[in-house]
Design a protein around this ligand. Sequence first.
Ligand code: AAO
Length: 437
Amino acid sequence: QSEAQAKDPRTAFVHLFEWNWDDIAKECAVIGPMGYAAVQVSPPQESVPGNAWWTRYQPIGYEIVGRSGDRKQFAEMVQECRKHNVDIYVDAVINHMAAGPRNYPAVPYVWNDFHDCFEPIDYGDRGKIQFCDLEGLNDLKTESEYVRDRIANYLNDLVSLGVRGFRIDAAKHIPASDIAAIIDRLPKDIYIFQEVIGAFGEPVSEFEYVGNGDVTEFKYGNVLGSHFKGQSQLKYLRDLRNWQGWLDSSDAIVFTDNHDTQRDRPFSVMSFKDDGARYFIANVFMLAYPYGYPKVMSSFAFEDKDQGRPESGVHSGAECFDGQWICEHRWQGIAAMVKFRNVTSGAFSLDNWWDNGANQIAFSRGDLGFVAINGGSFGMSQRLQTGMPEGTYCNVLSGQRSDFSCSGDRVVVDPSGFADIVLSSTNALAIHRDSKL
Ligand code: AAO
């Protein structure tokens, strides 16, 4: 950790799904001060035409041009975000090219650069997962030096524009050793996380990929959703970070929902489409609890799962509140919890856990922050050990601290660390070192 990082830790990032480069450039002036570390941007390479959001997962070449903007706009965005201390992570679609004829003159790739398995993927068979076409998308021979070089050239081109990290799309469909060979061709300080949907009974496991970088922990969104929707009690989340079969905290990318799961919602995943207060307290938990590197999902509204983004883009921020773009990352409480996570990052511990035996929970993060979540249907009123130094704090989920005033509720911590915590149903409270009045 550099000295600058120690002073200004950044421990959560946001996926600005389908945003324009120009709009992200402006948004960085907003989310930088909020404390977001980075933005995951949609795939920037040229892809098949069409309005569905997913056309961008069908590359036809590696030029930087498409719905979100061109190369110049992309480069300007990266530089602008860097000014605000926000990194750009590119969603790298490198497992495959578009469906259709196996000929991509822009790269170029020809027939022989692809595997020859056209049958639908049998997820019980490693060879088929990694060598057949995913959803009919032409599967690149990532074992070939030529293909590895083309992919690495694309990624290094993005690095030359200032990109600091990559999400490796469909990583489960690429042998981990092929990803390693590609990453080997990149500078060593580039951040990598891999999209691997670990699933019980499948031969390819998320654990195979940790040597390359971080990996998505897909169980997280299901488990959070089921608990916050009331299918299980919140008290059971206490030891989540030590659960067997889960990635280590330092390897895991976590999220309530992502752009796929908010559409094809497996099991219990929650999204902005659920009761807003419940989705919100699930995000509070994710950002308060010391497990993984959290990614906040920022969505656009949709009825049909293939539906493309609203034409408008987010030019002024006003679009965030017009019902078309959801901008979860700007919700006051979510932004406040990103700050909470940064402030408490020095104490990667979980202390003073309390629960009422059901859906009311509270815990502290060393003496740097304290959170209480009431997921039950009754009000909560408890005198609890906060672990915090004596003082009066501003509850950052009900208001903001500016200088020495607080626009929300105050929490008074006594000399022994106790405070009266009062919360209505489906609500949360958070205080931290920097919210002290
Ligand atoms: C589009 C059309 C297709 C057409 C294709 C080609 O929709 O009908 O065939 O074009 O013309 C996105 C869209 C696709 C779109 C594609 C290309 O989602 O609909 O296809 O762009 O335009 C698997 C992969 C995973 C992948 C996911 C979608 O393992 O990597 O499928 N995600 C990424 C991106 C995604 C993108 C692509 C990859 C392609 O995030 O946006 O596709 O670049 C099980 C398996 C998983 C499997 C899922 C879904 O998961 O384990 O590996 O993901 O099924 O097939 C529980 C279970 C878990 C299960 C999960 C989901 O959690 O435990 O096992 O539920 O059901």
